[in-house]
Design a protein around this ligand. Sequence first.
Ligand SMILES: Nc1nc2c(ncn2[C@@H]2O[C@H](COP(=O)(O)OP(=O)(O)O)[C@@H](O)[C@H]2O)c(=O)[nH]1
Ligand SMILES: [Mg+2]
Length: 454
Amino acid sequence: MVFSTLGKSLSSVMRKLMGKGVVDEALIKELKNEIFKALLEADVDFDIAYAVAERVEQRSLTEPLPKGITRRQQIINIVYEELTRVMGEKPYPLNIQKGRPNIILMVGIQGSGKTTTTAKLARYLSKNGWKVGLVAADTWRPGAYDQLKQLGEKIGVEVYGDPKEKNAIKLAKKGRDYFIKQKKNVIIIDTAGRHKEESSLIKEMKKLNRELRPHEVILVIDGTLGQAAFGQASAFAKATKVGSVIVTKLDGTAKGGGAISASVATGAPIKFIGVGEKIDDLERYDPKRLVSRILGLGDLETLLEEVKQAQIDTSEEQAKAIMKGKFTLRDMMDMMEQMNKMGGIKKLISMIPGMSMGLDDSMLQMSKESLERFKIIMSSMTDEELDGKVKINRSRQERIARGSGVTLEDIRAMLQQYEQSKKMVKTFMRQSKRRGAGGQQIPGIPGFPPGAFP
Ligand SMILES: Nc1nc2c(ncn2[C@@H]2O[C@H](COP(=O)(O)OP(=O)(O)O)[C@@H](O)[C@H]2O)c(=O)[nH]1
Ligand SMILES: [Mg+2]
């Protein structure tokens, strides 16, 4: 897996933080050292690694504890924030717009993965509805045209090229004009990268830039370079305002953290990462997501996806009824069962970044037990009661208690739980209706009091 080395050492740091009884100065010191070590192992620059470790320590020792969270949660969050900072803070979109032919120029040293990435990007964009044309403007390497042409055929994207034309700029311009006439929205120009060092690469990039006026120039950097990526990325960042970076080959290297943090340090935004040789092995670069994955804090997107999947399981009538504000005890039961089906509440919670460690086991235990108890109680209830057609008054409560062998208190706890779930569901439904299907919201999870999820 990508960043597995960094992930392994950092998640063991996190486990250490979770496991110990007290969070004291000694533990924070240890945490600092472990973070420093893990970053160095990922080939992050010494000064950067040191600064991150220092900041984690300083902040952990001096920041006041915000209300409602534990010291542990606070420190996890500090680690998360500091790592996200060196990894680039936020995702950046490509500079492409509807209503114009967008020109993207790919540059980079030979072997960095330009041609592969050009095809991957074409695939990614055409999947997202853009009409893409590729220009094979590498006039240097024999077979460069065929390489791109084959890739283009695989993904159904047209490639313009001319193996006889030796002037790269002329060729690139012809290709660009050809695709503009074809009304393509995105034209990606793959160039030669015969240079072994930055200065000549930058010189050629400037020339191409002047002649072709691209909307975006993408520097393709080989991730196996680790922190040595800094030289290329910084020369590039200085030379162009419209530049961004794609770091490739992160699947096969332990130095990915170094390559990423080095690029980020130059101020050039990383937009995608290459994570394999196959055409689909390109990911939007999202530092927050990456860092939660590295830290073993789980993946919020995955969680939302699972929640969505589970919601599809709900029958249509049921969903409609709930939309109208009708949420019965049976619905609550269904929902709790769904949560269990998704792999247990514990797994679900472990996918919420920063959440897994904060909740203690007794809480999880309690909710599982209450699910069992609710089932027993409901088995002694009539259909009318389960469908919410009658109010469950005191005499009914007493009858149910006798029938199921639980106390009146248990029944009231369940009813209270039901009222809370109903409120949460209503709020959630209102929000997701407003946001449209697939709205990014986590529904209240029955079994937890409101406020259990900060
Ligand atoms: N494992 C892995 N290999 C990659 C990745 N991107 C490119 N490559 C490989 O790197 C080599 C050089 O790629 P190429 O696109 O020809 O580089 P170019 O000279 O810059 O155009 C090829 O063997 C690719 O399969 C990646 O993300 N992961
Ligand atoms: Mg190439």
